[in-house]
Design a protein around this ligand. Sequence first.
Ligand code: AMP
Ligand code: GLY
Length: 424
Amino acid sequence: MKVLVIGSGGREHALVWKLRQSPQVSQLYCSPGNGGISAEAECLPSDSRDVASLLALAHKIHPDLTVVGPEVPLQLGVVDEFQRRGFRIFGPTAAAAQLECSKGFAKEFMQRHRIPTPQYVICASMDEIYEALEHFHAPVVVKADGLAAGKGVVICETRDEAATAAGDMLTGRMLGEAGSQVVIEECLSGDEISFLVFSDGERVAPLIAAQDHKRIGDGDTGPNTGGMGAYSSPGLLDEEMCSWLVQHIAQPVVTAMKAEGSEYKGVLYCGLMMTARGPMVLEFNCRFGDPETQPILMRLESDLVEAMEAVIDGRISEGAFRWSEESSACVVMASKGYPESYETGKQISGIEEAERLPGVKVFHAGTSMRDGVYYTSGGRVLGVTARAPELSEAVRRAYEAVSRIKFEGAYYRKDIASRELKNN
Ligand code: AMP
Ligand code: GLY
């Protein structure tokens, strides 16, 4: 079958890499793709922010299955439009993608259905913000309602800081349209877990959990990024907790979405914080996580196409996946300056040597290829990922691979997975 992956990041490279292993796949396309993806799939140009351009592409290549990587085309209704024209596509409709695309929608939905989530108030004016802040202790979290590419959450040490951040969002100075409503939220502490499930609209099948490292600096310091590294190990989430999360979070969300008329099909990413009061939902994403997908798919042993087809056909079962008992770790190499401004076009060397190390796969996020040479083309450049019997070995291998790769201004965190390694 012909499979099309939409997107151009490290997550999409991991999806392409895994889908290519399926015996069912005869032709693999990615649009627009990147330098590294072009070695594993045919990359075709399109504007993933323009559904018409994606549809035109589908009419040209007639994919039997389309997999959507990023959230923006989902918000724009790419699934609705593909389905209307008879194309099989993996992902939620625009209505169901509201769970990610509007934080206000997600918070009210969770409150209606008693899904555990931090206390919050939704505000649309400065008066409402000042009034709401009266009810919160500092630190307090301010979130833009709409999509903000990881930049829509500010953790504020004082209420004054929170008022300023919320004001900047509301006036559109900070994020444009995405900030026209603001969520003020109680600040929680605890370990964060990315818990993803496949849903066929009725039932869910959990994936193995991963932990992201969102801040730019070692020891979780500095501003938030899209994610600087992630790992997945059998020790991250035990079976009992996984069942609890299915029973109390993932399944109720899917059941309630259906009851409200917006059946949720695709992958549902629950961003959780494990607090003293139990697991709480910080956010939903209506897509795979990046970079969590890289270490998660490194541990997947069963056929990803089969599971995606089961979602589309409405026949997913809880045991849809088979996982390796090994661990995996992904270290993101970024351009100097990320998540603020950075330069691109730097030549990259050493990827092949890195991939010769056992258990190592280098996923490309922001690269382009010219005359057989890779160049940087984005903030996050590579997701250097390794698998090994133990987490400590997976981490060691990933960093050894990182040490083989060179480009001017390369930056990476030195402490991926160190919290779990210290605890054990
Ligand atoms: P979100 O996009 O909502 O996941 O937020 C991005 C990051 O901000 C999360 O991964 C957390 O590290 C942090 N964050 C979000 N909400 C809260 C909260 N209520 N308390 C503490 N940290 C939070
Ligand atoms: N790594 C966080 C995300 O994909 O949203």
